[in-house]
Design a protein around this ligand. Structure first.
Ligand code: MIC
Ligand code: SF4
Length: 645
């Protein structure tokens, strides 16, 4: 029985445990990446762990999220990250250099390596045949300090690609199709591995779009083979030496298989307000569009930018549309400037913004009230754009640029030719990589470099050891698919406070229940009730740290998203799962709950939670690995590490 590519790479990196789905293993981590909005916490934690140099082959600290600098906070955070990076041997990527995932893919991604990143879209690296996993900041800090990461081995879904995309159908449509098939929780506990004869029709950047948005499936990661297209991509960046061929065995056995015929795909769109709410563009064609945004770590490659430029060249952005373009890296922007594509899009009436996350995380360019915004991004959660009543549709760069010209959602496959727009593949180019946005840590040490700590940077909250009797009052009763954007909103107003949990906590759950923060503070000890897939989306551990600060002791949900579940455990907050889903409706705000003998119950896999007023009992699953139980008993990962030191 042959092996999947994912398991081959995991086996190569295995440090402890048995490589079988569902069991816990520790793997060696070759590379880490952080970005600034999660990075301030990561580096506070790294300083608390206090290693000398990092134990990875390569660690990079990118600044790409909080680049608005409307006050001193962002710039202070950047200076803090840079100082810690220098102290521990980490490369620092300056703001303006580009988006972490695009930059890492271009400059450092290597087939067969493992990458752990404090951002949920780290799996982008899977487009180059890496095992690239998104994790909470503390896990990334530990990976830098120790060079390892522990995870539950996922199952592997094989996606067999056949055929070839037609013009106007694009890599984005492949992943939107997969999302339509599997849903935003279809990838939980799974790695999505692409194989089949259709793979070679997709270039590395297209594969990156697909693996990037595997995060929206809830998957641990996604991966493509490393083949001649990978080699071609690496060679175009002067990195041919980084290439090795990699593929699953011909007789690899997948836990499940999904077949996708690329030739049958048409342009698709994820409609408000979920990435899996997918419809053919033809079904929504004709809808007036107010804003179009092209960029983000999903669709900001050179090829994507050139496709947009091809459509915009010699045309005019519709008078009623605001078109915003953010190239993924300074290298790409520079190339567009050199080959004239930049003038084409500016002349058409596009707004060019910094090579950064920007509007994707609500850092500017919020659409007008009630707007329809077409974005090439990966998330369209309600309010994420900064405008609560805007309708965001996620589409490919082709579909986005076409709508920018016509002013309405337009199906390029049906109408592109009639509009006189022919799409051709962009010419192959080579890149001179620009080292000028990178600060290398050479010559810097802990001894000669002080930590630069601005006044907005506050210590992170820490839990205490699990008591025998855990009590808490229900302070929130939430529905299915609660996102980390719901738990800890992020926009231009709040992102500057990512290093200030006491301030940020006031806005916890603000968008779905504005009374939450004060209710939790008044309760002293609180409990959150959630539905399915609680905590999907971002890797931000702020979605665990702010509730911790507000006194949340445990969360009971129908199911949890992977990274958020880990972040809760890392913070010492118990993520518990309803055994009987009908219990969900029996609990409401104000119910006083208690877990007796919590320490012993934790070992049993099932816990009894009792209504302290009526005596009614609820059975909840607490299926934790040995390591997770240790963390929960200690009151979180940092405490556990200190205990064992
Ligand atoms: C996101 O896309 O939601 C983010 C912002 O990149 C997050 C990280 C964060 O919250 O800082 C992610 O995806 O992990
Ligand atoms: Fe940045 Fe958006 Fe990508 Fe998150 S999803 S890393 S905010 S571009």
């Amino acid at each position: 029985m042959g092996n999947t590519l994912a398991y081959k790479i995991l086996a190569d990196h295995l440090v402890a445990g048995e490589l079988a789905a569902g069991s816990e293993v520790t793997i060696r981590i070759d590379q880490t990446l952080t970005q600034d909005s999660t990075g301030t916490m990561v580096y506070l934690q790294l300083e608390a762990i206090d290693p000398d140099r990092v134990q990875t082959e390569l660690s990079v600290a990118y600044v790409d999220h909080n680049t608005l600098q409307t006050g001193f906070e962002n710039a202070d955070d950047h200076a803090f990250i840079e100082s810690v990076a220098k102290r521990h041997g980490i490369l620092f990527s300056k703001p303006g250099g580009g988006i972490c995932h695009q930059l890492h893919f271009e400059n450092y991604g290597i087939p067969g390596k493992t990458l752990l990143g404090s951002d949920s879209h780290t799996p982008t690296g899977g487009g180059l045949g890496m095992i690239a996993i998104g994790a909470g900041g503390l896990d990334v800090a530990m990976a830098m300090a120790r060079g390892t990461y522990s995870l539950t081995v996922p199952k592997v879904i094989g996606v067999r690609l056949t055929g070839e995309l037609r013009p106007w159908a694009s890599a984005k449509d492949v992943i939107l199709h997969v999302l339509r098939e599997l849903s935003v929780k279809g990838g939980v506990g799974r790695i999505v591995e692409y194989f089949g004869e259709g793979v070679v029709t997709l270039g590395a950047a297209d594969r990156a779009t697909i693996t990037n948005m595997g995060a929206e499936l809830g998957a641990t990661t996604s991966i493509f083979p490393s083949d001649e297209r990978t080699k071609e991509y690496l060679a175009s960046l002067g990195r041919a030496d980084d290439f090795i061929p990699l593929a699953a065995d011909a007789d690899a056995v997948y836990d499940e298989i999904l077949k996708v015929d690329l030739s049958a795909l048409t342009p698709l769109a994820a409609m408000p307000h979920s990435p899996d709410n997918v419809a053919p563009v033809s079904e929504i064609a004709g809808m007036t569009v107010n804003q179009v945004a092209i960029g983000s770590c999903t669709n900001s490659s050179y090829g994507d930018m050139m496709k947009a430029a091809q459509i915009l060249r010699g045309r005019r952005v519709h008078p009623e549309v605001s078109l915003v373009i953010a190239p993924g890296s300074a290298d790409i922007l520079s190339k567009l400037a050199a080959n004239g594509a930049l003038s084409s899009v500016i002349d058409a009436g596009a707004r060019i913004i910094e090579c950064a996350c920007g509007p994707c995380i609500g850092m500017g360019q919020s659409p007008k009230s009630g707007a329809v915004s077409l974005r090439t991004f990966n998330r369209n959660f309600k309010g994420r754009s900064g405008t609560l009543d805007a309708d965001v549709y996620l589409v490919s760069p082709e579909t986005a640029a076409l709508a920018a010209v016509t002013g309405v959602i337009t199906d390029g496959l049906a109408d592109g030719a009639a509009l006189g727009i022919e799409l051709s593949a962009p010419e192959a180019v080579t890149f001179e990589r620009n080292p000028n946005f990178i600060v290398r840590p050479d010559g810097f040490t802990k001894e000669n470099t002080p930590v630069e700590m601005g006044p907005n940077i506050k210590p992170f909250p820490q839990n205490t050891a699990l008591p025998q009797r855990v009590t808490g009052r229900v302070v929130l009763h939430a529905g299915d698919n609660v996102t980390t954007d719901d738990i800890m909103p992020s926009d231009s107003r709040l992102l500057p406070y990512r290093s200030n949990i006491p301030y940020l906590a006031n806005f916890c759950f603000e968008k779905i229940d504005s009374g939450f923060a004060s209710r939790a503070k008044n309760a002293g000890a609180g409990v959150i009730i959630g539905g399915e897939n609680y905590g999907q989306g971002s890797s931000r551990e702020h979605a665990a740290l702010a509730p911790l600060y507000l006194g949340i002791k445990f969360v009971i949900a129908k199911s949890f998203a992977r990274i958020h579940r880990s972040n809760l455990i890392n913070s010492g907050i118990l993520p518990l799962v309803f055994r009987d889903h009908s219990d969900y409706a029996k609990l409401s705000i104000g119910t006083n709950l208690v877990i007796e003998n919590a320490v012993e119950q934790l070992d049993g896999g099932e816990l009894v939670v009792t209504d302290a007023d009526t005596g009614r009992e609820y059975r909840v699953a607490g299926e934790f690995s040995e390591l997770e139980r240790k963390m929960l008993r200690a009151g979180g990962k940092i405490n556990m590490v200190k205990e064992s030191a």
